[in-house]
Write a protein that binds this ligand. Sequence first.
Ligand code: CP
Length: 313
Amino acid sequence: MNRFHKKHILDMASLSVDEIELILNTATALKEISERPIKKVPTLRGKSIVHFFHEPSTRTRTSFEIAAKRMSADTFSISASTSSMTKGETLLDTVTNLQAMNPDIIVMRHSVSGAPHFVAKHLNASVINAGDGMHAHPTQCLLDLMTAKEAVGKIKGLKLSIIGDIFHSRVARSNIVGFVKMGATVTVAGPCTMIPPGIDSLGAQVTHSLEEAISGADIIMTLRIQKERQNNFFFPSEREYASLFGLSYDRLKAMNKNAFIMHPGPINRGVELSSDVADCPESLILKQVANGVAIRMALIYLLMGGTRDAHSN
Ligand code: CP
């Protein structure tokens, strides 16, 4: 496959294996642009991209901005707190007004699951889901696939363990779907209160044993406790959570000497992982961030009709 035929990027479930491979291969080809002294190609000159973030973000928002600028697209940013949604305008009115200005792509993060899917039904522009509620974060999964493939050499047969707040995590849901689709085995681990019923139906194996999750994994991905999405107490205290499910370097090395560490960020040092794990040689956390730019360059390029081998130099 050399060309992408979908209009939107909404979730991993709607991407085929061939489409995922096209995105990963295109990102790998585009990555070197970010390593040049002049980090810019004219490929998307004249294209307009709106970044509409209805929730806070550091990595996703910045990397979309950088990706668009490196491809020479024009970018415009709005956030909920500075938009007319604070005056009572609905989401649909907001995005149809944005559409009236004729952008080519709207990149959208929203706290409500399904919001980008709803918006995509009403717009001519392509929509990229930059994270919706507890549902999906497809661009995070794609950059995680790219990083895992670079580190381990392949995705097929790879063993990924995701540890932490699975319940509230759109990253966990997208990564289970994406990694399983590409032939990996995914195990999720955490306290019973943080493993949602039915998560195994996405293809994940479930354990409540940290040792079981760590031993034998090629990649261990720890997740942040998402306090902003919790209305109830899911565990007695952060200290107890850290002592039972937090990853320290000693614990890691006692159970698995060879695993790589991933985390989508933001990290809470001393809770889901200690600083000596976050900063250890096996940590891929900043490589994930760097690959986020390449993946987002690939997505906007492919959505605008680019082919794998033809980006401008
Ligand atoms: N991984 C991720 O989505 O980070 P941000 O919330 O900072 O974008």
